[in-house]
Design a protein around this ligand. Structure first.
Ligand code: GLC
Length: 809
C-alpha cells in the first residue's frame, strides 16, 4: 500500500511517507478531553465540547497544510557550522528526515523521525481519567559525536468558542490572556469570558502547557516568536537566534513555547514529557505533579493502551476468507465506532465543529455499538428519550454543555429511537428499560431558530412517562403529521439533511420517512406484544399496514419507489425527473421496512444494479443534480457527486447492504461492502483519505474528475451500520428477543467462516460451512455437538464458551 501499511497484528497503521494525500489522523480521547492528531502531529484539542471549549487553534482549510499542531523544534548547535533546525514530527519545517514513521494505534499515536543522527520518538496519548494529553518524548543520539541541542515544544492557543473565532477572529483575540508562571514552570492560558449559547460568563477553564525538563526560556506571543510575515515553518525566534523570553500575552494571538537545553553523548538517550490540557483551574497542579513523573507517564500509557485493546478485542471476532474484511470488522470499525459514540459528528478535520450531538446520529451510533458495549447504549437511550416532548416531537440533538438543541426540526427524528430500543432489548433481554420513567422535554425553542416568548427560563421538563410512552408519542406524531397523500411531512429534511427545501412550506412529504415509520411501528408493535399490551400491538400494526399500503399505492414508480413530493406536489426520485430519478434510500428502506412483494423486490434490485451501482460503490441516487432546484434545496447545489448530491454515501450504501442481506443477496452485499472498505482502495492518490477508517462518502460518478475520492472521514454513521452489516447480517449472528439467531448471508465463494459472538453472558464460537456455495440459508445448526431445531440459540447465560456448527445449503 502506498504511504504506509498495517502492522502485522493489525493494531497499528504505520504511515511511512509524511507526504500523504491528506492528513491521516487519529483521535486520542477519553470521555472529556480529546485530541485530534495527524501523522505529522497537526490538529487540535478540546475539553468537553469541540465548539465552545477548544484548546488549540485549527481551521477547516488547514487540512491543505496540516498546521498548526503539537510541535517540537530541535536545534543542533554546531561549533563552527550554522546550527541545524528541524521538526521532530516533520511538520511544520518539513526538513526531509533520514527516517520517518507515524504509528496510529488504539488510543495513541507515535511519531518517529531521524535527522542529523538524532532519533526522536514522541508518543502522544490522552490518559483515561485526566483532562490532558501527554507527549512522551525520547531523543537518542545515534551519531558518534556529542550533540548540543536546544529543544522547543510549541503549541498555538485558540481558547474558547471556535465558531466565534471563525466570525470574529480579530475580536476574540482581545480576550486572550496567556502567561508563564515561574513557580510552576508552566504556561497558563484562558479567555476572560466564554459564550454559552446565549449567555456570557467568565471563562471556567484554564489551559496549560508544561514540560518535565528544566525551562531555560519561554514564549507566549505568536507574533513576537514567529517574527514578521513568518509562519511556523520559519520561526525567527529559533532560526535567527532571536528567542526572547516573553512571559505574558494579552489581547493577541497566544502560543506556548519553551526552550530547553540538552546535551547528549553518542549513544545516549533522554526521555521527557510535555503536558498539555484544559480543565478546571483547581485540577491543574495535581496533573503537573503526576505527569512530570516519567514512570507515571509510562504507567498511564500502558493503562490507556490496555483499556483500548480490551474495548476493541475483547468481544466479537470474525475469521473469513477475506483478511481485509476481518481487519476492518475486528479492529478498525470498532475503533471508529467508539469515536463516533464518544463525540458524535462534531470534532473533525473537515467539519464545522458545531459541538453537541445529533439525535438521529446518536440513535444509530448507540445501536451500532450495542453488541460490544451495552452500558453505553442504555445510557444514551435514556438521554435521548429525555429529548422527546409531550407532543411527540424530538429536539434534534443536545450538547452536554448547553442542553437540548432547538434549531431546524427535521421531521425524521421521531422514528429513530425505537430501532435502538428494540435492538437493545434483543441484545440484552432487558425488557424493564421500557418501563423506566423519563422526563418529557419542555424547551425554550418554538421551532426554527425562534425562542418561545413564553419560555420563562423555568422548568425544562414537562412531567414524565415511561420509555415506551415516549416512543409511542414519537410514532403517533410521525403517523399523524402527514401531508395530502398521507406520507409524513418532510419539514426541514429527513435522513438526508440536504433535501431541506422540499417541505419548508409545510406540505412536502417524504416516502423514505413513511418507510422508516413503518419499520418503527412494526418494531414498537413487537415491543408492545412482548410486554403484553395486546391492543397497542394491534393499533401499531394497523398503522404500519395503513402506511405500507399508502406507499405501495402511491409511491411505486414502475421499477422502483419514488422518494417524495415537494411543497407544490412535484415528485422527486421518479422516472419523470431528468435528474435524481432513483434514490437508493427509498429502495433499501422498502426492504428494511418489509413493505415490498417478491415481484417489486426483483425490480428494485435490478434498478439499483442498473442505475446506482458502479466501480466505486452504490451512489445515493442517480443522476446527480446539475443545477439548483429551489424545490429541493441544498441537495441540488453541491458539486455533482459530492456530499448529498449523489455521492457514494457510505452510510446509505450500508442501508442497501443490510437490505441485500435481508433478501439473501450475499454476493451483492459483500461486493458492495468491499468497494467502500478504506483498506482495499485501488488507488490512494485518488482516494486520498485514511486507509483505516471509513469516509463519509466517496465522490460519485457525476463529478467531472474526482470520482472515487474519499471525503470527511471518521465521524459517520457508516461505522455503526457497517459493523452491524458485517457481523449481524453477513456473518449473520444476529440478536433477537428469544436468543441469538444464526442466519448468514455470505458471498457464494466463501466455503468457511467464523464468528465468536458474546451474547447475554455466554460466548458462541460459530463455525459456518458452506460446501454447496450458497449465499443464504441454514440447513443445520449444532450447539455443543447437539442439533437444534431451527436457527435460534436460546441464551445459555452460563459464562461459558459454546461451540456452534452451522451448515448452509
Ligand atoms: C451526515 C449526518 C447524518 C445525515 C447524513 C445525510 O452524515 O451526520 O445525520 O443523515 O449526513 O444527510
Amino acid at each position: 500500500m502506498k504511504y504506509g501499511h498495517f502492522s502485522n497484528d493489525g493494531l497499528e497503521f504505520i504511515v511511512t511517507d509524511p507526504n500523504t494525500p491528506r492528513p491521516w489522523i487519529n483521535y486520542l480521547t477519553n470521555e472529556k478531553y480529546c485530541s485530534i492528531i495527524s501523522h505529522c502531529a497537526g490538529g487540535y484539542s478540546f475539553y468537553k465540547d469541540c465548539r465552545s471549549e477548544r484548546t488549540l487553534r485549527w481551521l477547516p482549510e488547514n487540512w491543505h497544510f496540516d498546521r498548526p499542531g503539537r510541535y517540537l523544534y530541535i536545534k543542533a548547535k554546531g561549533k563552527s557550522k550554522k546550527a541545524k533546525v528541524w521538526s521532530a514530527t516533520y511538520q511544520p519545517m518539513r526538513v526531509k528526515p533520514q527516517f520517518y514513521e507515524a504509528r496510529h494505534g488504539l488510543g495513541y499515536t507515535q511519531i518517529s523521525t531521524k535527522y542529523n543522527g538524532l532519533l526522536s520518538q514522541i508518543t502522544f496519548f490522552v490518559p483515561e481519567h485526566d483532562d490532558c494529553e501527554i507527549w512522551l518524548v525520547r531523543l537518542t543520539n545515534q551519531s558518534n559525536k556529542p550533540q548540543d541541542l536546544e529543544i522547543f515544544p510549541y503549541v498555538e492557543w485558540l481558547l474558547g468558542d471556535y465558531h466565534l473565532e471563525l466570525r470574529y477572529r480579530n475580536i476574540m483575540n482581545l480576550y486572550n490572556r496567556v502567561w508563564f508562571d515561574r513557580q510552576h514552570n508552566c504556561v497558563f492560558a484562558k479567555k476572560t469570558a466564554s459564550w454559552g449559547d446565549l449567555n456570557i460568563q467568565s471563562f471556567q477553564y484554564e489551559a496549560f502547557f508544561a514540560s518535565s525538563l528544566a525551562v531555560s526560556g519561554y514564549a507566549t506571543r505568536k507574533n513576537a516568536f514567529l517574527g514578521k510575515y513568518n509562519t511556523e515553518a520559519t520561526p525567527r525566534g529559533i532560526l535567527e537566534d532571536k528567542f526572547k523570553n516573553i512571559s505574558f500575552c494579552s489581547g493577541e494571538d497566544g502560543i506556548a513555547c519553551f526552550k530547553h537545553n540538552l546535551k547528549l553523548k553518542p549513544g545516549s538517550s533522554k526521555e521527557f514529557v510535555i503536558i498539555l490540557g484544559q480543565t478546571e483551574p483547581e485540577n491543574i497542579q495535581k496533573l503537573l505533579v503526576k505527569y512530570r513523573n516519567l514512570s507515571h507517564c509510562h504507567k498511564a500509557l500502558d493503562e490507556t493502551k490496555k483499556i483500548w485493546k480490551k474495548r476493541i478485542l475483547d468481544n466479537i471476532i470474525i475469521k473469513t476468507p477475506d483478511k481485509d474484511f476481518d481487519l476492518m470488522m475486528n479492529i478498525w470499525v470498532k475503533y471508529q465506532l467508539y469515536i463516533c459514540n464518544l463525540w458524535s459528528r462534531s470534532p473533525s478535520f473537515y467539519h464545522e465543529g458545531s459541538g453537541g450531538r445529533g439525535y438521529r446520529d446518536s440513535c444509530q451510533d448507540s445501536e451500532g455499538i450495542l453488541a460490544i458495549n451495552q452500558e453505553l447504549t442504555r445510557k444514551r437511550i435514556l438521554k435521548i428519550a429525555s429529548l422527546i416532548r409531550k407532543d411527540g416531537t424530538s429536539a434534534p440533538g443536545w450538547s452536554d454543555i448547553f442542553g437540548p438543541a432547538g434549531h431546524r426540526p427535521n421531521k425524521d427524528h421521531q422514528v429513530w429511537l425505537t430501532y435502538t430500543v428494540s435492538a437493545y432489548i434483543k441484545e440484552t433481554g432487558d425488557l424493564s428499560i421500557l418501563s423506566e420513567y423519563v422526563p418529557y422535554l419542555k424547551d425554550k425553542w418554538r421551532g426554527g431558530w425562534e425562542i418561545d416568548p413564553n419560555f420563562s427560563g423555568g422548568p425544562t421538563t414537562d412531567g414524565e412517562g415511561t420509555l415506551f410512552e415516549h416512543l409511542e408519542r414519537n410514532l403517533n406524531f410521525a403517523f399523524n403529521n402527514v401531508g395530502e397523500r398521507g406520507f409524513p411531512l418532510i419539514g426541514h429534511a429527513d435522513w438526508n439533511d440536504a433535501i431541506d427545501a422540499a417541505g419548508i412550506k409545510g406540505k412536502g412529504e417524504s416516502v423514505w420517512l413513511a418507510q422508516a415509520l413503518v419499520r418503527s411501528l412494526k418494531m414498537l408493535a413487537e415491543l408492545a406484544q412482548i410486554s403484553g399490551q395486546k391492543q397497542k400491538t394491534d393499533d401499531l400494526l394497523n398503522k404500519a399496514k395503513t402506511m405500507a399500503e399508502r406507499i405501495n399505492d402511491i409511491a411505486w414508480d414502475g421499477a422502483w419507489y419514488k422518494r417524495g413530493f415537494t411543497d407544490d406536489g412535484t415528485v422527486y426520485g421518479s422516472k419523470i425527473n431528468p435528474e435524481g430519478k432513483i434514490h437508493t434510500n427509498a429502495q433499501s428502506w422498502a426492504i428494511l421496512s418489509g413493505i415490498t412483494d417478491k415481484e417489486r423486490l426483483k425490480k428494485i434490485i435490478n434498478s439499483v444494479d442498473k442505475y446506482i451501482d458502479g466501480p466505486h460503490g452504490l451512489a445515493l441516487f442517480a443522476p446527480a443534480y446539475s443545477k439548483w432546484n429551489p424545490k429541493l434545496g441544498r441537495i441540488s447545489m453541491f458539486s455533482e457527486g459530492t456530499k448529498e448530491n449523489a455521492a457514494i454515501f457510505c452510510h446509505a450504501a450500508m442501508f442497501m447492504i443490510v437490505a441485500y442481506c435481508m433478501v439473501g443477496e450475499g454476493n451483492r452485499a459483500y461486493k458492495s461492502m468491499r468497494k467502500l472498505m478504506p483498506n482495499v482502495q485501488p488507488d490512494y492518490d485518488l482516494y486520498k483519505t485514511e486507509p483505516y477508517v471509513y469516509a463519509e462518502y466517496l465522490v460519485g460518478p457525476g463529478h467531472p474528475y474526482l470520482y472515487g475520492e474519499g471525503a470527511f472521514t471518521w465521524i459517520t454513521g457508516t461505522a455503526g451500520w457497517s459493523f452491524m452489516a458485517g457481523t449481524e447480517w453477513v456473518l449473520g449472528a444476529r440478536r433477537d428477543f428469544e436468543g441469538l439467531r444464526i442466519d448468514p448471508c455470505i458471498p457464494s465463494n466463501w466455503k468457511n467462516c467464523f464468528i465468536s459472538r458474546p451474547f447475554r453472558g455466554a460466548v458462541y464460537e460459530i463455525e459456518i460451512s458452506n460446501p454447496r456455495g450458497v449465499q443464504h440459508g441454514v440447513k443445520e445448526v449444532f450447539v455443543d455437538g447437539r442439533k437444534i431445531e431451527g436457527n435460534l440459540i436460546k441464551p445459555f447465560k452460563d459464562k461459558k464458551v459454546h461451540r456452534v456448527r452451522v451448515l448452509m445449503g
